[in-house]
Design a protein. Structure first.
Length: 282
């Protein structure tokens, strides 16, 4: 490998190592997630948002594929590099299991299949000072998901992202219980408000629309070596010393401390440890 190729490979690796490079600290980055999780002790609530127009004038809903994998007892959503034509270690595991022809392996392969999610840029009306945020939600093959609740509003009301004549959306949140008995927040309904401007201040409107953040600045694209470790059944841990991911089989001293390693990891996701939805489009 020549010098240019080596530098290019390093650049690509660091570019895709995850979000956070545009933020001073994790607190700033965490403000860019929009989540619909009810606070502890609450059984219902509401969120009010405004979907921002897409920069290219197309659909504001970007389709992205993530694997939902349990690592070290915790559910993670891991970006699938196959959608960019790159090697996908978790898909390789899925393909290997499917190739055996055994029913039990085909069943296991389902857990390695990437699922479709939508990511949309929004303004949280309760926290407008945070600026644009990104909202990720799962595709529902039964047409009972969030996208299925929002699309009829577009169909009947037109472009609800228009900065002058668009509409805010009211999300009704309800605490529900999954088949395994675990509580989770469900969006029971989405209704539109009357047409309104995005913001009364023209400069604020312009800043929100022209905001340069993209979803991959916030939702991390894990590196190939990270995905390789997960595919091998290992637990990746962030090494402060190596400034990269190392396997749990690595000597403890390379991790760079005890619980502090988790704090310094660049890839915190508030939707981690959220179990996969029951709708699995196999």
């Amino acid at each position: 490998m020549g010098t240019f190729e080596a530098v290019q490979a390093q650049y690509e690796k660091n570019k895709n190592a995850g979000g956070g490079s545009k933020f001073q600290n994790q607190e700033e980055r965490m403000k860019k997630y929009f989540t619909t999780i009810l606070p502890q002790g609450k059984r219902e609530g509401e969120k009010r948002i405004r979907i921002l127009p897409a920069a290219d004038g197309g659909s504001p809903f970007e389709e992205v594929y993530f694997h939902e994998i349990q690592v070290d007892g915790k559910w993670l959503k891991l970006w699938d590099p196959k959608q960019e034509g790159k090697r996908s270690p978790l898909n390789e595991v899925k393909d290997s299991l499917e190739a055996t022809g055994r029913d039990e392996d085909k069943e296991l392969a389902r857990s390695y299949r990437a699922r479709k999610f939508y990511i949309v840029k929004v303004i949280d009306r309760d926290l407008e000072e945070d600026g644009p945020k990104f909202w990720r939600f799962k595709h529902n093959s039964k047409q009972e998901g969030i996208f299925d609740k929002i699309f009829p509003i577009f169909r009947s009301k037109g472009d609800i992202t228009d900065p002058q004549t668009g509409r805010d959306l009211i999300l009704t949140l309800t605490l529900a219980k999954s088949n395994n008995g675990k509580d989770y927040t469900s969006i029971s309904s989405i209704i539109q408000e009357d047409p309104s401007v995005l913001h009364a201040d023209a400069e604020t409107t312009s800043n929100w629309i022209e905001d340069s953040l993209v979803w991959s600045d916030v939702y991390a694209k894990k590196t190939e070596d990270y995905l390789e470790m997960v595919a091998n059944g290992e637990t990746p841990r962030w090494s402060n010393e190596k400034k990269g991911w190392v396997s749990n089989s690595t000597a403890e001293e390379t991790i760079g401390g005890d619980s502090s390693a988790a704090v310094t990891s660049p890839d915190i996701d508030p939707q981690d440890d959220e179990e996969p939805g029951e709708d699995l489009p196999f």
